[in-house]
Ligand binder design. Structure first.
Ligand code: MLT
Ligand code: ZN
Length: 462
């Protein structure tokens, strides 16, 4: 340990595990964006809240910036450490601490993987309903940092709805206990909600009290083939009117082609331009009949040209794989990701505008569309051609993002629906937030982190 700052961290907190191997610095210094070269000072892996507090006090004394780190599955550079920061990984703080059957809450450490929380809730006959493909690697702390959404928002809402309390270590090392699991608490500013979605820029989430709920009724999964993009919202309306939807997800033929190349089985004999995977309550005959009626209605109108309904859990998982496998299948192509949202009512007009914009804007690039259409959230991924340099590719994509941001501003939409702003989208924050609002955000940052040591450069520049 040659760095004197690390020697003094070791002295201040002798039991704190520290990693400085180049391979560890690379591994912990980046997320799923591969645009920045990781260059942290070191990686700290605390096992207690007291150690996190000691790290923040040391950071204040030595003016070292800290990047809080969960599973690093983020897609906006929110957990990147490229400038000599200390990565503060919560991965050793990964346990359930308490369960309360009356409150139906579970207290979990921030480094608990989302899937482990799902399993822990199920042991008590309940569910934690926020869910998405990165469940095995992402952590609840990271989910809180970005107010993660995913595939069941249409039914259960975002992470924000499920957090009843937070313990947060501040930039100066104080411990805040926010909302303490209360349902009702009208006693001033709700810093718990402020922390959710703040991307580690205001404090380090060390523990969360999450709400659990009853498991949903038995469900079925249906995959639908659509002949055109224009009918997508009609299909959504037809299904939503008749069924209790748990999920309504869309992807294109290009997205499916990449997942199939990654080993999935083709769902239909023919290739279709657009697909929807939807999950809905099907606990009784009436619900099953409603599902068939919705399907037949769409077929009659020509909005759907083929479909398959899951006959077993294994088949449901196979159908879900076609949607959930997209991110991993695209990763080797270092996609430039757009993660945008508008109100559902604005979706048809927005889709029309965006489609024609992107057709003109990206003539040379492969563009893959998918997303949580029932939440008004679209993922537009641009794949990097092998013969284009990263810098050239990003610069061309950014020109289009500027145009997309203008369209979003017209539609009162958001440049980041669920991935966060991080490093990737900070240049476009003003397309979604007004100047007065951004000024207040900066004032809030100043109040919580006056020296700018918590996840610097993310969200906005000082
Ligand atoms: C998804 O919906 O699959 C995730 O947001 C990840 C992604 O956009 O790649
Ligand atoms: Zn998504």
């Amino acid at each position: 340990m040659t760095d004197s700052r690390l020697a003094s961290l070791h002295q201040a907190c002798p039991d704190l595990r520290l990693k400085t191997d180049p391979a560890d610095l690379e591994h912990y210094g980046r997320d799923w964006t591969r645009r920045w070269t990781p260059a942290p000072l070191a990686v700290a892996l605390p096992s207690t809240v007291e150690q996190v507090q000691a790290v923040m006090r040391w950071s204040a004394e030595h003016a070292v910036a800290v990047v809080p780190s969960g599973g690093r599955t983020g897609l906006s550079g929110g957990a990147v450490a490229a400038n000599g920061e200390l990565v503060l990984s919560l991965e050793r703080m990964n346990k359930a601490v308490a369960y309360d059957a009356v409150d139906r809450t579970m207290v979990v450490q921030a480094g608990m993987p989302l899937e482990a929380l799902h399993n822990a809730a199920r042991e008590h006959g309940l569910i934690y309903p926020v869910d998405f493909a990165a469940r095995g690697s992402c952590t609840i702390g990271g989910n809180i940092a970005t107010n993660a959404g995913g595939i069941r928002v249409i039914r259960y809402g975002n992470t924000r709805e499920w957090v009843a309390g937070l313990k947060v270590v501040t930039a100066s090392g104080e411990l805040l206990e926010l909302n303490k699991g209360l349902i009702k608490n009208s006693s001033g500013y709700d810093f718990r909600q402020l922390m959710i979605g703040s991307e580690g820029t205001l404090g380090v989430v060390v523990e969360a009290t999450v709400r659990l709920t009853d498991p949903p009724p038995a469900s079925n999964v249906m995959l639908l083939a659509l002949p055109s993009f224009e009918v997508l919202m009609q299909v959504f309306a037809a299904f939503r009117a008749r069924l209790q939807l748990q999920a309504f997800e869309f992807f294109t033929e290009r997205a499916l082609a990449h997942v199939l190349a990654h080993g999935a089985q083709p769902p239909f004999e023919q290739v279709h331009p657009y697909y929807v995977v939807t999950e809905f309550a099907a606990g009784d005959e009436a619900q099953e009949a409603a599902a068939m009626a919705a399907f037949e209605d769409c077929m009659t109108h020509g909005w759907v040209v083929d479909g398959v309904i899951s006959a077993s859990d294994a088949q449901a998982a196979q159908l879900w794989r076609l949607r959930e496998g997209i991110t991993e299948a695209l990763a080797p192509h270092t996609p430039y990701k757009n993660d945008v949202s508008v109100r559902i009512s604005a979706m048809p007009a927005f889709l029309e505008r965006t489609q024609s914009l992107l057709r003109q804007a990206y003539p040379h690039f492969e563009v893959v569309w998918f997303g949580h259409i029932g939440d008004g959230n679209l993922h537009i991924n641009i794949l990097k051609p092998a013969d284009t340099t990263s810098a050239e590719f990003v610069s061309q994509c950014e020109q289009v993002t500027r145009l997309l941001a203008q369209v979003l501003a017209e539609f009162d939409g958001s440049i980041s629906a669920e991935h966060g702003i991080g490093l990737v989208k900070k240049g476009y924050l003003d397309s979604t937030r007004g100047a007065a609002e951004i000024a207040l955000m900066k004032a809030v940052k100043q109040a919580f982190d006056p020296d700018g040591r918590l996840n610097p450069d993310k969200l906005f520049d000082p």
